[in-house]
Design a protein around this ligand. Structure first.
Ligand SMILES: C=CC1=C(C)c2cc3[nH]c(cc4nc(cc5[nH]c(cc1n2)c(C)c5CCC(=O)O)C(CCC(=O)O)=C4C)c(C)c3C=C
Ligand SMILES: [Fe+2]
Length: 419
């Protein structure tokens, strides 16, 4: 191939499909030596010695590089695959190498490309597991966080931000160890469930022997045809009152950490909350609406007509009773005075083996500049929230999500620079 041809190849953006076809060169038996394959890799834009760029031509692509990680102020996608990981390695150097290794792989995944496939030899496992072949980037976002236990494990407790502590026990919590905690998390969200799963699967596979999945949960959000707020499994619009993801000033107040190595990052709180659908389905619509303090169909606050109309939690009717009951979920959440960015997904994972009831609910996820914001809201809901009759908190975790990555840098660099 001439130099000019080579350049033409380099300019060409190559999709997952093209990459598999090229990998097929090896399958067809054409001999490509190590340097030859390096040339093919280069032609594909995969130079292992250079940082990988965000594709400018990929369809449905979320950018990787920027001031913040993707998956926080990213428009909510239809699917999530959330994984909480245990770290098996013990040296700080190995941990740093792991994040350096993951960084370009994440860019490839978010570009809708296959992970770097260093072999065309069909006698060895392929670099990418392949199930995202033919699918585009599907607005994949990938968010990494580190849990409190990671700092203890690596003897770097002095770098653990004071805010990063396990959440306190809340009244009515029935947490199960198998859905709680973790050294690291990977939140993969996409508009295709297989793209989200493929991302986590391949990142964990690339770190084989270094990490293991402690617990994971998939989830979904279904948006109305014309757009708008998705409904949760209790059929109520969920996500109406939330900071705007385009209002950076407001996100600075609510979401982004403004000090230390975590500056530009955020804290992720995950709660796996079972929703007792059978009990809910036996409840009258009036009681359901009193539970949330909103109308089911319109999503408006009780006493209002439009979903996004503001309301006064203290407003009373002519009988002197709260228009929005003071035991309702929204009344108590609003009265807490704390704000968080909610980014939750419904889940349905078969049945509970002990009861035969649906194992379904909400993978509640919120981002905040301090986990104390979540704690304030949860304490306000406390024992009073009428919704407690219909839910059980089963899992819990908190993670510090790194700031965004600039080209040439890698995930978590600020933490490793502080070592
Ligand atoms: C501690 C934080 C919260 C938990 C846990 C939580 C669980 C939870 N919520 C719903 C459904 C709805 N929540 C709604 C509003 C709402 N919820 C929280 C916080 C937690 N929810 C806040 C801060 C708010 C906004 C309050 C406000 O200021 O108006 C609503 C109403 C619509 C909306 O605004 O999104 C619904 C519906 C479920 C089902 C659930 C656990 C399973
Ligand atoms: Fe809520």
């Amino acid at each position: 191939m001439t130099a000019s041809n080579d350049e033409k190849w380099i300019d060409k953006k190559i999709s997952r499909r093209d990459m598999l076809k090229l990998s097929g060169i090896g399958v067809a038996g054409v001999a490509i030596g190590a340097s030859g394959f390096g040339g093919v890799m280069k032609a594909m834009g995969y130079n292992v010695f250079e940082p990988v760029a965000d594709s400018t031509t990929a369809r449905n692509k979320v950018d990787f590089y920027g001031g913040h990680q993707s998956g926080i102020n990213t428009a909510v996608q239809t699917h999530i695959y959330f994984a909480s990981l245990n770290v098996l390695i013990t040296s700080k150097k190995e941990l740093q190498e792991l994040f350096k290794k993951w960084t370009p792989l994440v860019v490839h995944l978010m570009n809708g490309e296959l992970m770097v496939d260093l072999t065309t030899n069909t006698r060895v496992p392929t670099g990418d597991t392949g199930e995202a072949e033919g699918l585009d980037a599907a607005n994949l976002s990938i968010t990494f966080g580190v849990g409190p236990s990671l700092f203890e494990k690596f003897g770097i407790s002095h770098l653990k931000p004071a805010e990063l502590v396990d959440l306190p026990h809340f009244p009515k919590d029935q947490l199960q160890k198998e859905f709680t905690g973790g050294d690291l998390c990977i939140q993969a969200c996409a508009n295709d469930p297989q793209v989200a799963f493929h991302a986590v699967r391949n990142l964990v596979r690339a770190a084989s022997g270094k990490v293991e999945i402690k617990w994971s949960q998939s989830g979904f959000n279904s948006f109305p045809a014309g757009g708008g707020t998705p409904r949760n499994l209790f059929a109520f619009k969920d996500g109406t009152v939330n900071p705007s993801i385009t209002d950076e000033q407001d996100l600075n107040k609510v979401v982004w950490v403004d000090k230390g190595w975590l500056k530009g990052g955020s804290y992720l709180v995950a709660r796996k909350i079972q929703m007792h659908l059978e009990t809910w389905d036996r409840t009258s619509l009036k009681d359901q609406e009193a539970t949330f303090g909103r109308y089911r169909d319109s999503g408006a606050a009780l006493g209002k007509t439009k979903e996004f109309e503001d309301f006064d939690v203290e407003a009373k009717d002519e009988k002197g009773e709260y228009v929005m009951p003071d035991t309702s979920h929204v009344h108590l959440a609003r009265k807490s005075g704390a704000r968080i960015l909610r980014r939750s997904y419904s889940y349905a994972s078969g049945v509970m083996s002990n009861t035969g009831a649906h194992d379904a609910g909400l993978l509640f996820i919120s981002f905040q500049k301090d986990p104390a914001q979540f704690v304030t809201v949860q304490n306000s809901l406390g024992r009073m929230d009428k919704m407690n009759e219909y839910i059980t908190h089963r899992g819990s975790a908190v993670f510090a999500c790194f700031p965004g990555v600039q080209k040439g840098s890698y995930l978590g660099e600020a933490l490793f620079n502080a070592l």
